[in-house]
Design a binder for this molecule. Sequence first.
Ligand SMILES: Nc1nc2c(c(=O)[nH]1)N[C@H]1C(S)=C(S)[C@@H](COP(=O)(O)OP(=O)(O)OC[C@H]3O[C@@H](n4cnc5c(=O)[nH]c(N)nc54)[C@H](O)[C@@H]3O)O[C@H]1N2
Ligand SMILES: Nc1nc2c(c(=O)[nH]1)N[C@H]1C(S)=C(S)[C@@H](COP(=O)(O)OP(=O)(O)OC[C@H]3O[C@@H](n4cnc5c(=O)[nH]c(N)nc54)[C@H](O)[C@@H]3O)O[C@H]1N2
Ligand code: SF4
Ligand SMILES: [Mo]
Length: 732
Amino acid sequence: MTVTRRKFIAGSLAGVGALGAGSAGLRYVSQAMAQPTRTEQTRYVNSSCNICVSACVFRGQVVNGVIKRLEPEPDFPKSRGMMCARGNAGAATPYDPNRVKSPMIRTGKRGEGKWRKASWDEAYRYIAEKTNRVVAEEGGHRSCIAFASTKGTFQEHYFHQFREVFGSPNAVRHPTLCLSAVIRGFQSVFGTYPAVDVRNSHYLILAGANLAEGIIPPATIDLFKRPIGSRKLIYLDPRFTKTAALADKWLPIKPGSDMAFALAMMNVIIGEGLHDQDFIDKHCVGFAELAEHVRQYTPEWAERETDISAGDIRQIAREFATTPSAVFYHGRRTTWQGDEVQTRRAIAMVNAIVGAFDRPGGLIPALEIPLAPYFYEPAWYTKFRPRLEQGDVTFMSPGDGAWIPWRDRALRSDPYAIRGLFIYKQNVLEMLPDRNKTLELFAKLDIIVCVDPFMSGTAWYSDVVLPESTYLERLDPAVALDEIEPVVIFRQPLIKPLYDTKPCFEIVSELAAYFKDEDGAPLSDYFEGSVESHTKAALADHPGSLDKLREKGFFSTDLKLKFGEYRSGKKTVRTKTGKVELYSEDFARRGLEPLPVYRRPADIGEGKFRFVVGRHAIHTHSSTAAFPDLNWHMKENAVWINPVSARKLGIKTGDTVLMKNRTGGEVKIKALLTEGIRPDCLYYANGFDSLSPDKPLVYGKGASQAAILESHFESISGSALLHETIVEIRRA
Ligand SMILES: Nc1nc2c(c(=O)[nH]1)N[C@H]1C(S)=C(S)[C@@H](COP(=O)(O)OP(=O)(O)OC[C@H]3O[C@@H](n4cnc5c(=O)[nH]c(N)nc54)[C@H](O)[C@@H]3O)O[C@H]1N2
Ligand SMILES: Nc1nc2c(c(=O)[nH]1)N[C@H]1C(S)=C(S)[C@@H](COP(=O)(O)OP(=O)(O)OC[C@H]3O[C@@H](n4cnc5c(=O)[nH]c(N)nc54)[C@H](O)[C@@H]3O)O[C@H]1N2
Ligand code: SF4
Ligand SMILES: [Mo]
């Protein structure tokens, strides 16, 4: 097989000049806001946030070369003039004293914290020497090196590109820790993971989608803007969250029984003839089979499964079916329990049978502004092996992988050995369930490289840490966000990089020079141009858009979403049949249940608890708990326990308790008694007890979720299951 060299799309690159290397962008000054005094030079730069995936566009104020504050860009349609606490606190990230300030090479044992500073060249040499050696030991199979990353920063594309030109199939990206189950579930019914028109919905059901704290603009903003009273919110969650506080009804559902609730809703809607027969006749297949299937799932049956009364289920089903803009929100992080994909299918079907699709206040496929491709063609290697966990998942996303089965196989070297892990923007030791297992994997590896601006727990256990410049110091290429109101955004630097740090594109394209392809050509040949030229190339079809980006941080086009295009036949849903699929022939062919069949979650056992996880509004995962501007609000996490359960165990608020799971995980943490959690569940916030002493504000404080979570996965989507952890608890 011949090796084709990767080339950026030549046409779009023609005539590309430098973007101005961060100069033109930096000079944008809003006349309305800038009030420089004689001594102070103030300028404003619009860019997009990187503290979570939502990438809200902000207006950054820079005074005398120092970032003072980030304010929301009022015209940005996705966040609608909002900037959350985390986004605000992001202004301090370049100045964090605990940043990694230059490449670091480990000198002591892993995790011992002995490092030496290195030049970039030294670090690259070190990585290449070790990596090339283990690849040679594996017979030249580059599949022994794996690549972990979280999508969401636009530089991640380059890391992904590096994996592809390096020639390893083993990408383990974040979707199976996040939303792969809901994507599979909704795709199988609607052909897509649609947007939800929360703004126009008069009847909204949220099942464990904690939009007030798991912030996802514009849905979160729209939730707060719905006039209370005229619009109903039904919220199902074993915990009383901030979203529960906004709801007309909080239903503390028994964990793992959401499918029973959805099936019983359909039993009522179809049984009482409240379904939208016209929509079903014109746009759906498999209604007869579904109607027959849900006859068994009565509200009385569901009451026993869910702890939600049959009366409530009937009332909600009737109101839902008769409100013309009702919607059952699909969910986001759906790494919950066993039947996750089928649960999401059931929720999709509740929407379908009342026609909550392609109508205001319902589900609608999002739109995306097309950008010209500026990446590369794939490289080919004659030595190729399929990814490790290829056969373990029905719907494998080859570019993303499935973390839990992948880690199990890597631990067993099944069917081949993994010798190295390159990590970009993922805190694998603190965000993967069962930290001990991940540590065990780390112990097996010969080379671990971590690209992170901070010394995360994962970086602390790596061999080489390559500090990326923060999002406020770099240019990130343009990205189209698929939304109800589609936009294109990018990032431009507010300040020059502090310390000896670089953006990912520079890091991977420089590192690539130390590796060769099968033709003997350096892999750096596959990296052409610069982030500037890629950005220009991507925008080739949108004249003037670069100026808009520089000025506003985003642009939109006349691409506008119109309701009714699917109903009128102008557009077709992207399923195999071109119809909304209630009964799935595709699932049946793959040996999966074509209709969602409910199975009761396993009993947790006397005196035990189910541990569930969930977001906190002022923190992102494991990465912000040590931000000083946020840490003051919660210096340590505490485990929520219902007073009824606590009394039986003699536990009071403030007591230190010991929690143990079934697979050797245990943590010590303070207790917080609250009626805001079911008596059979426990919860605490994420981000604490980091493994890294270089995060002093959270090192040794509280407990880590990754330390108590057991590892389980679901085989349809490969999704991790974070609510299958059963724990015992007692006073320490
Ligand atoms: N502030 C903040 N916002 C974020 C993020 C962040 O880290 N911080 N992260 C972003 C990301 S990546 C994601 S994926 C989203 C995730 O946002 P969400 O999808 O809202 O996810 P979580 O908050 O993790 O969990 C939702 C809720 O499910 C509840 N729950 C547990 N078990 C069950 C059950 O069986 N049934 C029901 N009905 N509920 C259950 C939990 O108690 C929890 O409150 O948030 C995004 N927004
Ligand atoms: N216990 C538990 N586990 C979970 C979840 C949970 O709720 N609880 N949620 C799951 C979900 S929904 C998701 S999406 C994943 C998220 O998993 P991760 O993406 O691993 O989560 P973060 O804690 O945000 O870690 C991101 C890392 O990237 C670094 N970082 C930040 N900015 C940059 C940058 O610009 N460049 C680089 N190179 N690095 C950067 C941060 O310092 C941090 O170390 O976790 C999943 N796992
Ligand atoms: S929701 Fe908050 S943290 Fe996330 S991108 Fe927007 S401002 Fe940043
Ligand atoms: Mo996520």
